[in-house]
Design a protein around this ligand. Structure first.
Ligand code: EPU
Length: 419
């Protein structure tokens, strides 16, 4: 199992490029199941979740080729409309194939995800929406079986709460349904809009993507298309925080600053300096001290839950008390306990973390519990005195493309070891 060994205390300086967004890549890959024609996707990050999704598409019967960030998927025929437990248990986003399979073949068998380190994360909202579209759903042996032998029918769907992959899943079902579907209280994340853009290139008729009401006029078939996915706003945000936490001078390139406004305004409030560094680039510096600032996670365009753990590492270095409230997931504070082992002053009260800073962090052996928690521990390691060993690096490999190489190139002393 791999570990990262980090020697803290180096200011990061230089240019650091952002990869394509994992959470945009996963739904667009699932969307390839909607057509028998080839779909070409560019800027796909080489991370573990992408390989898992590729295996899932192959299991279903698609031909998948992946070279230099370009993925070609051809689902000429659907062999088995199924997401098996072996894949779903390693990646919950596997449930994204439910909508496309149901729409294309009238049938899908998808394993229910089990427990998750960050919260219960059920898929009940996906299922309710599929039922509204006319699917019959039953559960058997840990699997959901969805059937719509007569095809899906457009209707009004109002999500009880905002769900990102739920919106994507249902959107992919609706594009081939008969008639019009209206999605109310839809997720507004840029990844949803990116999926809608690919679907439109494939011939889908979608209005309102990126807003909370989407209108979809179903079409009989979709065609192949070519698409470049958006940059990863969470990776970009992690690098901005890396610049701020080490007091460095980083140019984060190939990103979309307009997708990062909530984080940028917090970093400015804390005393970091963020300026435009040319098209698609942001420069982060820290002229002086950092000051505490409260954060509450929200759906986009609010502060992303996927940046909460990294923000907490930064808050340990800010003067004063930062109140961090997690509203999206009920158990997403595992990193706090590890940060405390490194010397952070954090009190947990239900969904709130009270971080008092600044505290000097000292290197320790820590364990990553999920993808973003591991990023938080790497950030803490960059600023800690002495050596930090981050265990279970496979979590970070799910979503960050060669993070240790990118950070090394801007001066970080971080290396991967296999134990
Ligand atoms: N929820 C339900 N029922 C459902 C669906 C969601 O109760 O049927 C609840 C969830 O349990 C959660 C909340 O609704 O409390 C929001 O969950 P959402 O469905 O939006 O999350 P997701 O779609 O499963 C995506 C990202 C996550 C990110 C969340 C929130 C992908 C592949 N995953 O998950 O990314 O944290 O949205 O923004 O897009 C990550 O990349 O590290 C990651 C966890």
């Amino acid at each position: 199992m791999d570990q990262f060994v980090i020697e803290g205390g180096v200011r990061l300086e230089g240019e650091i490029p952002v990869s394509g967004a994992k959470n945009a890549a996963l739904p667009v890959m699932a969307a390839c199941l909607l057509t028998p024609e080839p779909v070409i996707l560019h800027r796909i990050p080489e991370v573990r979740d992408i390989r898992t999704m590729a295996r899932l598409l192959e299991h279903i019967g698609a031909r998948v080729e992946f070279r230099n960030g370009t993925l070609r998927v051809e689902a000429a025929e659907i062999g088995q409309p199924e997401a098996p437990y072996e894949l779903v248990k390693t990646m919950r986003a596997s449930s994204l194939v439910l909508g496309p399979l149901l729409a294309r073949t009238g049938r899908a068998r998808v394993s229910l995800p089990g427990g998750c380190a960050i919260g219960a994360r059920p898929i009940n909202l996906h299922l309710q929406a599929m039922e509204r579209l006319g699917a019959r759903i039953r559960q058997e042996h840990g699997y959901i079986i969805a059937e719509a032998p007569q095809g899906l029918r457009g209707t009004l769907i109002t999500f009880d709460r905002i769900t990102v992959t739920g919106t994507e899943d249902v959107l992919m079902a609706a594009v081939l349904a008969e008639g019009e579907t209206v999605l109310e209280n839809a997720a507004r994340e840029p990844e949803v809009a990116d999926l809608a853009e690919l679907l439109s290139k494939m011939g889908a008729q979608i209005e309102g993507a990126g807003t909370s009401t989407m209108r979809v006029r179903g079409v009989a078939r979709l065609q192949g298309a070519e698409h470049t996915i958006i940059p990863d706003r969470i990776e970009a945000g992690t690098f901005l925080i890396a610049g701020a936490i080490t007091g460095g001078d980083l140019l984060v390139t190939q990103c979309r600053p307009d997708h990062l406004t909530a984080l940028i305004s917090k970093l400015l409030q804390m005393g970091a300096e963020i300026t435009e560094g040319g098209p698609g680039a942001l420069r982060v510096r820290r002229p002086g001290r950092l000051y505490a600032a409260d954060v509450t996670t929200e759906e986009y365009p609010g502060f992303a839950t996927d940046l909460q753990a990294q923000y907490m590492a930064l808050a340990t270095q800010a003067e004063g008390v930062s109140l961090i409230t997690e509203t999206i997931f009920e158990n997403r504070f595992m990193h706090a306990l590890e940060l405390m082992r490194m010397g952070a002053d954090i009190r947990l009260e239900g969904r709130r973390a009270i971080v008092t800073g600044p505290r000097e962090l000292t290197g320790a052996a820590v364990i990553a519990s999920d993808l973003r928690a591991s990023a938080s521990l790497v950030l803490a390691g960059l600023v800690a005195r002495g050596e930090t060993i981050v265990d279970r690096v496979y979590h970070i490999d799910r979503g960050y493309e060669r993070i240790e190489e990118k950070l090394s190139r801007v001066g970080a002393r971080i290396r991967r070891i296999s134990v």
